[in-house]
Design a binder for this molecule. Structure first.
Ligand SMILES: NC(=O)C1=CN([C@@H]2O[C@H](COP(=O)(O)OP(=O)(O)OC[C@H]3O[C@@H](n4cnc5c(N)ncnc54)[C@H](OP(=O)(O)O)[C@@H]3O)[C@@H](O)[C@H]2O)C=CC1
Ligand SMILES: O=C(O)[C@@H]1CCC=N1
Length: 268
């Protein structure tokens, strides 16, 4: 199985690093193609991947092609790929918004898998949703799932609507968590803690809460009730959030990302 990753940025490089450890690759090294001279120089120096600067040298021989460029770079990339792409290629897109139909029409191929990954893949804790065109066989999809799972876990969804929806939940989601962390950090600094102490207080609070949640069947709401005493400090904080409609605002934010993914699909 020969893999090519196009775009060695946040996502492409993270996936390349995880997938390169797969036993399905055997002794073959994963190929990477990028257009940024600085990234290419750094990757060549590392000597971990086969690094390419010309599609004609890496695309024809690849079996599965992962695309991890920004959605607004996809049209140019597709044009450059056309001379070297063939019907047996399976294209796996990590791009937000770009539809399966657009990829099929732009490249003149049928086998396309669309995914929505997320950044915790960097530490093996990613979650990727994926769906495929009907021309991708069950066996091919199992291999692709295997590669996606090298970055964490994955879920198969039936339609592309759920790829756009998961963009609003898990794809963009880590940024919502960081937003919450940043707000808590700023509150701690305002209260007079040092930067170091603020970071210790906030990061351990997040880590501890996640650990509690993942080691039990209790819902987040259930855990809130374990923290909050009647008439106590936590209830004062939760009441303040409820009065300010924070839950609704977070849901609105998730929908804004979902809607933007749908919009990107119409633009591409
Ligand atoms: N970052 C995230 O958390 C997530 C990202 N995604 C999706 O992943 C995709 C990649 O995002 P991200 O990794 O953050 O982006 P990056 O900008 O970090 O990486 C993209 C890389 O592709 C290169 N590139 C641009 N055009 C081409 C081309 N024509 N051929 C080859 N390489 C090219 C870029 O070079 P240059 O810098 O010179 O442009 C850059 O090195 C996006 O489509 C995004 O929607 C999905 C979920 C989460
Ligand atoms: O912000 C973006 O468009 C990409 C998709 C999900 C996370 N990052």
């Amino acid at each position: 199985m020969k893999l090519l990753v196009i775009g060695a940025g946040n996502m492409g490089l993270t996936y390349a690093e995880s997938m390169s450890k797969s036993t399905l690759l055997g002794s073959k090294r994963l190929k990477i193609y990028d257009t940024d001279p600085n990234k290419i120089a750094a990757l060549k120096k590392e000597n971990h991947f086969e690094v390419y600067t010309d599609l004609k040298d890496c695309l024809p021989s690849a079996d599965i092609v992962f695309i991890a460029v920004k959605p607004y770079h996809s049209a140019t990339l597709f044009e450059n790929m056309i001379p070297y792409i063939h019907q047996e290629h399976i294209v796996v897109s990590l791009m937000a918004g770009v539809n399966i139909q657009t990829i099929q029409d732009s490249l003149g191929i049928k086998k396309v898998v669309r995914t929505m990954p997320n950044l915790p893949a960097k530490v093996g804790k990613g979650v990727t949703s994926y769906t495929a065109s009907k021309e991708v066989s069950k066996v091919e999809l199992m291999s692709i799932r295997h590669f996606l799972d090298t970055t964490g876990t994955s879920i198969h969804v039936q339609t592309e609507k759920f790829i756009d929806a998961s963009t609003g939940i898990s794809g963009s989601g880590p940024a919502y968590v960081f937003y919450f962390m940043q707000s808590m950090l700023e509150a701690a600094l305002k209260m007079g803690f040092s930067e170091y102490d603020s970071k210790v207080l906030v990061s351990n609070t997040f880590e501890g809460a996640i650990e509690l949640f993942s080691q039990s069947d209790l819902s987040p709401e259930g855990w809130i009730s374990r923290v909050a005493s009647k008439g106590g400090t936590t209830q004062a904080a939760i009441d303040s959030m409820d009065d300010n409609n924070v839950k609704q605002l977070i849901q609105d934010a998730a929908y804004a990302a979902f809607d933007r993914a749908v919009e990107l699909g119409k633009d591409s």
